[in-house]
Structures are given as C-alpha cells and as structure tokens.
Write a protein that binds this ligand. Sequence first.
Ligand SMILES: Nc1nc2c(ncn2[C@@H]2O[C@H](COP(=O)(O)OP(=O)(O)OP(=O)(O)O)[C@@H](O)[C@H]2O)c(=O)[nH]1
Ligand SMILES: [Mg+2]
Length: 270
Amino acid sequence: MSQGNGADDHGDGYPGVGRVLVVVPTYNEADNIGVIVDRVHRAAPAVEILVVDDNSPDGTGAIADRMAGVDRRVHVLHRPGKQGLGAAYVAGFGWAAEHGYDAVVEMDADGSHAPEELPRLLDAARDADVVIGSRWTSGGQVVNWPWHRQLLSRGGNLYTRVALGMPLSDATGGFRVYRVPALARLDLDSVASQGYSFQVELSWRAHRAGLRTVEVPITFAERERGTSKMSPVIIGEALWRVTLWSMADRRVAPGRGRRDSAGDQRLRWP
Ligand SMILES: Nc1nc2c(ncn2[C@@H]2O[C@H](COP(=O)(O)OP(=O)(O)OP(=O)(O)O)[C@@H](O)[C@H]2O)c(=O)[nH]1
Ligand SMILES: [Mg+2]
C-alpha cells in the first residue's frame, strides 16, 4: 500500500536525467527519516522520494505518512514486516517503473549517504546506466568509521574484485543511481540477496549485462542516530554468494554472460 499524491505528476525532473525517485528503505529510522527527506529536497528539489518501510516498530512508517500528506514529492510503500534491504529495494524499483520514473536512487536513511552529493551522482547519470557512489575510489572517503569497519569494507571489495573480475572499487556501496530502462535488463524478480550482497549482485548483473557503470567519489559518514542492521549473517551472505557467483562464472566462457536460447544476454543465477 502506498500513500502520497501526484505520483504520476513529476514536473520536468532532473535536467538530462528525467523523473527521479530516491528510494529510501527504512527499518526503525524514526530519528533519521525527517532529516534525510529534508536534506534530499534542499539538495535536489526536483526529485521525489519513496520511503519503503517494513512496518518499523518505532513508527517510522507513520512519520513518513505524515510527510507524504504535506509534500507531493514524498511517497510511502508499507510492507508487512522486515524482509531485508534487497526485497525493499526490489519493491521500490518496481513502484518506480510502474509510476513512470526515469531513474531511481538508492540511499540509506541514516545519513551515511550525504544528500548534498546527490546532484553530482545525478550529473554522472546523464552518461551512464548505473552510477555508484564510491568510498574507495580516488577522492572518496569514510568519516568516523572504526578501523575494523574499514578493513571489512576494503577486504570485502578486494575479495569481490578478485573473485568476480569486476573493475569496481566499491561494489558493496549503497548510494547509487540506476536508469530505469537499464534496471529492466537485470531480471530483478530473481534477485535473492538481502544485505550488502544485494549491492554486489546488482553490480554483477549490470556488469554481465554490459551496462555502463561509473563510480563517483563520495564521503561516507558513520550513522549518528539509530542502530545499524548490519550483522554477521549479512556479511556471511555476501561472502557465500560472491563465492558462488564466481564459481558459476568459471563454468561459462570467460568474459561472457550465460546466454539464453534467444541469444539474449539474460543471465541465470545460482
Ligand atoms: N525496509 C527495510 N529497510 C532496511 C532493512 N534493513 C535495513 N534497512 C535500511 O537500510 C538502510 C541501511 O541499513 P543500516 O542499518 O544503515 O545498515 P548498513 O548501512 O548496512 O550498516 P551501517 O554501516 O552499520 O549503518 C537503512 O536506511 C535501514 O533502515 C529491512 O529489512 N527493510
Ligand atoms: Mg548505515
């Protein structure tokens, strides 16, 4: 169920990109959601926002409803319970396609992704199918992360690069822009990843589908309010899925996607 007015009445959108929907998945982000929505609209007044809330016990969904009631650029998708980041994004992307948006943005609610950097990502989307805000490319950085989080992120990205042969410095990053027609080539219905591995899976699918992906340096800040949903289960999921994709990739011709009978570069996933 969604709430909000004028979902199909987008004005002119972002110059050179079109109608943009910033999808913000939330679970217990009551202290953050109002701040992030305001910051997005100060930074990029023409974009719209879809909050995808998994029935947060702290009332995040009701706060989002109130914002949607007074701002036509805010929409809310309510889901019945916590089903993971990946499922929330797939639902949000589907909503964007149904409502005629040209591009979707992934952004956390906790302030780690600075809305003030969104225009730079959208500018890059004029010449790309996928834009990844990167912490680990030249000019990117993280602020207030303990050394073990940095090690985990850098190590995870190194493993991903080596295992999958994908030339990305930050395949796990979750501040992104996707052009909607490009997303349609990624067979989102078959995505099973839930945590960070969702970001890697979409990068990998984009890579194998031959989409144009560019990385833009960002400054990523540790969340200041609320609690992280990161867990050993989420890290473990990324590890085993990347390992599985890498093994499956070795079974097909190097550098080639596994094609279907029509010769189309639609891929099957383990
Ligand atoms: N709808 C929905 N949102 C979720 C779920 N899990 C996490 N989120 C949201 O996804 C975003 C990222 O989650 P975080 O808890 O910040 O996790 P993280 O960024 O991977 O971890 P940290 O770096 O420690 O903050 C936040 O906006 C969360 O509220 C979920 O199961 N459903
Ligand atoms: Mg976070």
